[in-house]
Design a protein around this ligand. Structure first.
Ligand code: SAM
Ligand code: SF4
Ligand code: SF4
Length: 342
């Protein structure tokens, strides 16, 4: 392990899962109102987003990331809200990517501002980007993103990212009766362009998206639909804990991924911590409990104190929500996806 802080020790949680990945939400704001994430009726004109002084500043982001790295984090993903709305996002990428021990820095974005920002992100050291796009049909996509934003705007962002030299993946959240007819056209389009498309099962994140199991298209059905038109074969995982299950188009190197958090939960290998824009640590996407690192930090905690505090929280972690979703009593209030970025 290269040059980690001398006080540091990688930590494991109560179920033996190490801390490897950190997802950082850099803003709670978004220019979309995706029905499954920030429905307009909840996140409408009166919704109060965080004021600037409540956001983690760049030095605070840097400091916390260093501490997380000293506890085992190797991969950082920048997300939101919409991360490209955060001022100086390229500087954030550059400073976090430069931290010794960060082996990989990636971003998830809705792509709407990517055309203008792709080159600056690449220049700042970003290697990989995941762009969310749920349909190639303007009417359906506009309804899903809640703002009538056209497909073309996202596709241009994807093209700009690829031209700038970023490795691009595309995420499609599939909802039965909403965009399941787009599965095969999306697969074909991104196969032709050499980008990996990943199908994400619609999840019951947050409290406001009206989730119901009936709206989930199981990954297995998605594979069957595509296989009928473009034969697929299973591909081996790239590494332990990979979130997506991979399939290759037969006779080629092109592939798709399936993120089956509902029908094939992967909690056993979940090594992800999530940091909200206001500096709260969540140990699960479906958590109702958080740890307020910002207040501890602003109250004057030293690096060692913060490190011990985070290690203690991670050490007690027992989360495995997706494995128990259909059998356990639900938490009363869960964190919203737009708070911690998926
Ligand atoms: N705004 C950025 C974007 O949309 O890519 C980053 C934040 S967004 C919360 C991160 C990812 O979560 C997106 O790919 C989005 O499609 C996904 N997502 C949001 N709500 C979801 C839900 N209910 N089920 C499954 N995925 C969801
Ligand atoms: Fe915004 Fe992303 Fe949530 Fe859509 S999924 S509302 S783009 S944060
Ligand atoms: Fe990880 Fe929680 Fe998702 Fe399970 S439900 S994979 S513990 S984030």
């Amino acid at each position: 392990m290269e040059n980690r802080d001398k006080h540091a020790l990688p930590v494991s949680d109560a179920l033996g899962r190490p801390l490897r990945d950190l997802r950082i939400s850099v803003t709670d704001r978004c220019n979309f109102r995706c029905r499954y994430c920030m429905p307009e009726e909840v996140f409408g004109p009166d919704f109060r987003f965080l004021p600037k002084e409540k956001l983690l500043s760049l030095p605070e982001l840097e400091r916390l990331t260093r501490i997380f790295v000293s506890l085992g984090v190797e991969k950082v993903r920048i997300t939101g809200g919409e991360p490209l709305l955060r001022k100086n996002i390229d500087e954030i990428i550059s400073r976090l990517g430069d931290i010794e021990g960060v082996r990989d820095i990636a971003m998830t974005t809705n792509g709407s501002l990517l055309k203008q920002k792709a080159q600056a992100l690449k220049d700042a050291g970003l290697a990989r980007i995941t762009v969310s796009l749920d349909s190639l049909n303007d009417e359906r996509f506009g309804a899903m993103n809640g703002r009538g934003f056209p497909v073309k705007g996202v596709l241009e962002g994807i093209d700009a990212a690829a031209e700038a030299g970023l490795s691009v993946k595309v995420n499609m959240v599939v909802q039965k009766g909403v965009n399941d007819q787009d599965i095969v056209p999306m697969a074909r389009y991104f196969r032709e362009r050499g980008h990996i498309l990943r199908f994400v099962e619609f999840m019951d994140v947050g409290n406001s998206n009206g989730w119901n199991m009936k709206h989930v298209v199981p990954s297995k059905q998605i594979v069957d639909m595509i296989h009928q038109e473009m034969p697929l074969e299973p591909a081996e995982a790239n590494y332990f804990g990979e979130v997506a299950t991979r399939y290759r188009y037969q006779g080629s190197k092109d592939e798709i991924g399936l993120i089956s958090s509902v029908t094939q939960a992967f909690c056993g290998s979940c090594t992800r911590a999530r940091l909200s824009a206001e500096g709260h640590l969540y140990t699960c996407l479906f958590a109702s409990n958080k740890t307020d690192l910002l207040s501890v930090m602003r109250a004057g905690a030293s690096d060692n104190e913060l490190r011990s505090f985070i290690a203690e929280v991670w050490g007690k972690r027992e989360d495995r929500y997706s494995e128990t979703r259909l059998t356990q009593t639900r938490p009363v209030q869960k964190v919203e996806m737009s708070h911690i970025g998926g």
